[in-house]
Structure formats: structure tokens, C-alpha cells
Write a protein that binds this ligand. Structure first.
Ligand code: SF4
Ligand code: SF4
Length: 248
């Protein structure tokens, strides 16, 4: 699958609080940390590079996690407004929200009033179980030798339909790959927009699709399904949090 180069999903935060089973950003089983928020400086960097490269963005999506929990959401939207006004007036900007709770609704009201260009995609979630969710933490590589070593991974419909991903760690062929990197600490983010190309993104399929349940979809809505490599990765992630808190 060819990644959709001119659409960008930015996971501005991994904080959420809804704890949905089989969330493909893993925010329930591996809660987001403040240092995993995309910073205003990183948005500035994205915009500066986009201007310099005359990058023909068509759509940006602010995603997460729950983007309304980002403490600097207004500043981020301010920067995007300036970029749109001066450089890409047709850029479509969408914020995806679970829409749950009064605080969320208050923030949505405020930002849609202050930034009229913003479209809100509200999934109106009310609970943790979603029958249509795929189990993202069922790694193909845990299904046997062929999938572990020989298979050439080719992406899936998500990279073609949703666009490339950006997180606090860089760019990815899809936002889910960025979320996988957050847990596995593979350090595979593409550092700058200048280095993003279709070929480089497709190379990353070999790193991420082997770990991603979306590659060979399974549904299991009774719990968050974790295949063995994921169980170990989540344990490491949780332990790394303890080390950080001990250090303080
Ligand atoms: S609302 Fe979205 S980001 Fe939050 S836990 Fe549910 S699926 Fe994940
Ligand atoms: S990492 Fe997952 S979501 Fe992204 S292209 Fe590969 S299979 Fe699809």
C-alpha cells in the first residue's frame, strides 16, 4: 500500500482517560506521559519545514489520545491558523475527539468558536467497549515463523486512507506505527519532513506492520488482547515508568 503523503495525522497527546479496550494508541494499557505530547516547538518545526519545502499538505488531523487534553491546544491551533492563512488556505484541519464529558465539551465549544476553520470529528464515546475495534496488540510476528522472519510487510488500508503519522518522535507511515514506537522504544521516527518520502515510509512497514494487529485483523472485545511480544513490551513500558518515578 502506498502511504497517503499529503494527509497528516498528528498524535498531539497520548493522554485520554477513556481506557477503551483495544485502543490502537494503547492509551489504557500504557497511559500517555506528558513528555509524549507534541510540543508547540515541534508544531513550529513542522510548519517551518512545510513552508520551506512548499509541502502540499491537504489535510491535517489532530488526534491522540484525546487532543482536547493537550495543555497547549490553543497555541497549537494558533500556529496552524497562521500557517493556513499565509501559506495553505485550503488546508483542511480536523480534530478527532471522544466527545465525552462536560470538560471536553467546554473545550470543544471554545476552540470551534476561536478557530472556525476547525472541523470536529466526534465519535461520541460513552464506554470502553467498541465492537468494531480491531485488536491492535496481536502481532503477526507472534503467529509463526513465516510472519516472524520471511514475510515482506506491505502496509494496510490505514496508511493509504488516513495519511502519514506524526508524534513527538517524528514521522511514520501511519499514526499507529508511531503509537507502536512509543511502547516498543524502537526509535524509528523519521526526524524531519525533509527526510519523508514514499520509499522511506514503505521501508518502515517492515519494522511496524510485523507488530501491528491491523495487518491481520482479529476482533476480541472482551479484553485488550496482547500477544507475547506485546506483553513483554507493555511490561518494559510500565517498568520504565517506575524507574523514572524512582529517579525523582
Ligand atoms: S477515546 Fe480513542 S484514544 Fe481514548 S482510549 Fe478510546 S480509542 Fe483510545
Ligand atoms: S503499522 Fe499497522 S496500521 Fe500502519 S500500515 Fe502497518 S499494519 Fe497498517
Amino acid at each position: 500500500m502506498k502511504p497517503r503523503l499529503y494527509w497528516l495525522e498528528i498524535d498531539i497527546t497520548y493522554a485520554c482517560g477513556m481506557d477503551c479496550l483495544n485502543c490502537n494508541r494503547m492509551t489504557g494499557i500504557a497511559p500517555g506521559r506528558p513528555e509524549q505530547d507534541v510540543t508547540v516547538a515541534q508544531i513550529d518545526g513542522l510548519i517551518n519545514d512545510s513552508v520551506r519545502l512548499k509541502y502540499p499538505w491537504r489535510k491535517w488531523f489532530l488526534v491522540g489520545g484525546e487532543p482536547t487534553t493537550h495543555p497547549e491546544l490553543h497555541e497549537i491551533l494558533d500556529r496552524i491558523r497562521a500557517y493556513r492563512t499565509s501559506h495553505r488556505p485550503r488546508l483542511e484541519v480536523t480534530l478527532a475527539t471522544h466527545g465525552c464529558g462536560e470538560p471536553t465539551q467546554t473545550i470543544l465549544d471554545t476552540v470551534t468558536s476561536a478557530f472556525p476553520f476547525l472541523t470536529v470529528l466526534n465519535s461520541h464515546k460513552t464506554g470502553a467497549v467498541h465492537n468494531h475495534f480491531i485488536a491492535p496488540c496481536a502481532a503477526p510476528t507472534d503467529r509463526g515463523e513465516h510472519w516472524a522472519s520471511q514475510h515482506v510487510y506491505k502496509g494496510c488500508h490505514i496508511s493509504r486512507e488516513c495519511g502519514i503519522g506524526m508524534t513527538y518522535q517524528g514521522f511514520y507511515p501511519c499514526a499507529i506505527a508511531g503509537a507502536i514506537d512509543r511502547i516498543f522504544a524502537l526509535d524509528q521516527g523519521i526526524a524531519s519532513l525533509e527526510q519523508v518520502s514514499r520509499a522511506v515510509l514503505i521501508e518502515k512497514y517492515q519494522v511496524f506492520c510485523r507488530l501491528c494487529g491491523h495487518y491481520r485483523p482479529m476482533r476480541d472485545n472482551s479484553h485488550t488482547l496482547l500477544s507475547p511480544v506485546w506483553q513483554r513490551a507493555i511490561e518494559r513500558y510500565s517498568a520504565s515508568k517506575r524507574e523514572v518515578s524512582y529517579a525523582h
